[in-house]
Design a protein around this ligand. Structure first.
Ligand SMILES: *Cc1c(COP(=O)(O)O)cnc(C)c1O
Length: 353
């Protein structure tokens, strides 16, 4: 057990009333812990949410040496506080850390830091259906040094944001723009890590998609621009002729916790599914033959996000009848049911704080 020092705020904020949106409101506290070469991780603490002071020369500002995670806390029907598969996030954080030359953060420390601040701010967990407390753990490189080298000091922090449904449309299907010019990642790069660099690489296409009236970008592979990768912050699934397919983990896409949960559930229901390469031509063909039955994105923020239409160059593919498919709906109901304690938890995914 970590010896975590807790300093509570003397000026608690008003809890938000009305729509929460996503990632705009922050709770009263945050977790912090430092890393110093030679000392390791030290000084775990919960402190009032506040601005932090850093040298303008910090490595993170210039070379982007940082990683983040995204997870949620849910309120159970009898007031319990639940996390969903937090050790998966801890393990993935270290996969990112390794690639980004950030020192490993022991998995139990990652999770204890999350639990400590969630415990202090648990009254901030919203209770309306579809809402949750979004958790953002992250590590930044803090050496004040302009040379290009891994930092020797870091800060691990966890901040919390009460959040409504991720999409303003709710579970309503979204329109997705298949980007055929910009690329997000290539094999051997950092596509499988959760790091700011992947997101800044995606902004220009995101702006383009928005200007075209679409809410998200679907990336193609960085070499041939032919094979499906993933959506901005979601993995992607297609139900084609009764079978569910998703791109295999190839090194350039993010190994989503929700993706893994969806594959586990589909297998347990006996629905055939495959992880493999999927070309955009295969989708166009399936849609032409009326076999593209459902398309949905998976990610912590939205859980399951049904896709109603896909744009590729001059083609617009409308999916199914434009509504929410039965597999998408069942996955959403099951995962959110497990997360909030309404359903049994056969895979031991829920962790009580
Ligand atoms: C976080 C993220 C996902 C989804 O991962 P989850 O663990 O399911 O939240 C998918 N793609 C990208 C690029 C991401 O950053």
């Amino acid at each position: 057990m970590l010896d975590i020092k807790v300093t509570k705020t003397t000026t608690p904020k008003e809890k938000p009333q009305g729509p929460l949106g996503f990632g705009k409101i922050f709770t009263d506290h945050m977790f912090m812990m430092n890393y110093t070469e030679g000392m390791g991780w030290h000084d775990p603490r919960v402190v009032p949410f506040q601005d932090i002071s850093l040298s303008p020369a910090c490595v993170v500002f210039h070379y982007g040496q940082e990683m983040f995670e995204g997870m949620k806390a849910y309120r159970g029907e009898n007031g319990e506080t639940y996390l969903f598969r937090p050790f998966k996030n801890a393990a993935r954080a270290n996969q990112s850390n390794k690639r980004l030359c950030i020192p490993e953060l022991p998995e139990d420390i990652f999770v204890e830091g999350v639990k400590a601040v969630v415990e202090v701010d648990k009254d901030w967990i919203p209770t309306e259906p579809g809402t949750s407390l979004y958790i953002r753990p992250f590590i930044i490189a803090t050496d004040a040094f302009l040379g290009v080298a891994p930092s020797k000091t870091y800060l691990y922090m966890v901040i919390l944001s009460p959040s409504g449904a991720y999409y303003s449309e709710g579970l309503a299907p979204v329109g997705i723009w298949i980007e055929d010019d910009y690329v997000r990642a290539v094999k051997g790069g950092i596509g499988f890590t959760k790091t700011g660099g992947n997101y800044v690489a995606s902004l220009a296409a995101q702006v383009k998609a928005h200007d075209g009236g679409f809410s998200q970008v679907l990336w193609l592979d960085g070499v041939e621009r032919r094979y499906i990768e993933e959506v901005g912050a979601m993995n992607i699934f297609f139900k084609i002729d009764g079978k569910v397919v998703t791109p295999m983990l190839n090194g350039s896409i993010l190994p989503g916790v929700t993706r893994d949960s969806v594959l586990t559930l589909l297998k347990s229901w006996g629905i055939p599914c495959e992880e493999r390469r999927i070309s955009v031509d295969e989708l166009l063909e399936a849609q032409k033959n009326g076999k593209l039955e459902e398309v949905f994105g998976t990610g912590t923020a939205a859980v399951i996000s049904p896709v109603g239409k896909l744009r590729y160059k001059d083609e617009i593919m409308t999916i199914g009848d434009g509504g929410i498919g039965p597999v998408s709906q069942k996955l959403y109901d099951t995962i959110t049911g497990i997360q909030t304690g309404k359903l049994a938890d056969p895979f031991d995914w829920r962790v009580e704080v």
